[in-house]
Design a protein around this ligand. Structure first.
Ligand code: SF4
Length: 231
């Protein structure tokens, strides 16, 4: 079986398992302002959804517009987002994005993230604290580029299944997945692989007995994983 065939099968089975997955991005669409998506993605670095969600709620209560965030001092932002961890560094990033958009793009976030995928990605990455994953998540959800951002769950699951190289960093795994996952299915694959990694193929105790991918999974074949629920 080619890896492209395997990628297609993985998507089909995750669709059967989860059906329609929710993208959970109403908060910034309601404000028609992708700045808040950038903020949310910065807040979600290296923490749980619960912690970043709590920090985002504080930010959305305190600041209504990019200008509010631009005018705020970094310590005040840090105070609002302290539940998210690494809050001083994240506050500096949020402040830096707000400054960039206000000073160089006239307050227009769509211009800041506009243009081709490589140019928009480079612009985002020029901001302190925005790495490839954060830039890609923003561009997947705000611009609908057909890409697969790779977070810790996507890394682990795609390596276990054998869709991604065992060695190689972010760019290598992303490129492999984008070769294998069908066009138009990459946003679904990103969200579904994260959900699958949290709920079934978790880091410490993958629940092989709940998994619809055992016959496709290299890790399972190599370790003769037991697809029976322990008693
Ligand atoms: S068989 Fe086990 S290791 Fe493989 S994808 Fe499923 S849960 Fe993960």
């Amino acid at each position: 079986m080619t890896t492209a065939m395997k990628g297609e099968l993985v998507v089909q089975r995750l669709e059967s398992l989860f059906g329609h997955v929710r993208f959970n991005d109403d908060f910034w669409r309601e404000r028609k302002e992708p700045f808040w998506l950038i903020v949310d993605t910065i807040l979600s670095q290296n923490t749980s959804n619960a912690n970043s969600g709590a920090a985002l709620r504080n930010v959305l209560i305190k600041y209504n517009t990019i200008e509010d965030a631009f005018l705020a001092n970094v310590q005040d932002i840090a105070h609002e987002i302290r539940q998210s961890g690494l809050y001083e560094a994240k506050a500096r990033s949020i402040s830096a994005v707000a400054n960039e958009i206000m000073e160089n793009y006239g307050g227009d976030t769509w211009s800041f993230i506009g243009g081709s995928y490589p140019s928009a990605r480079e612009r985002l990455r020029s901001i302190l604290g925005i790495g490839p994953k954060t830039a890609d998540v923003v561009l997947l959800f705000a611009r609908d580029f057909d890409i697969i951002p790779v977070d810790t769950h996507v890394f682990r699951v795609s390596r276990r299944i054998g869709l991604a190289p065992q060695k190689g960093g972010y760019e290598a795994v992303k490129a492999a997945l984008e070769d294998e996952i069908p066009v138009g299915k990459r946003k679904f694959a990103h969200v579904a692989l994260i959900k699958f990694g949290r709920e079934i193929c978790n880091a410490r105790q993958p629940q092989h007995w709940k998994c619809p991918l055992t016959d496709l999974c290299e890790y399972c074949q190599e370790t003769s994983c037991v697809a029976i629920e322990p008693r």
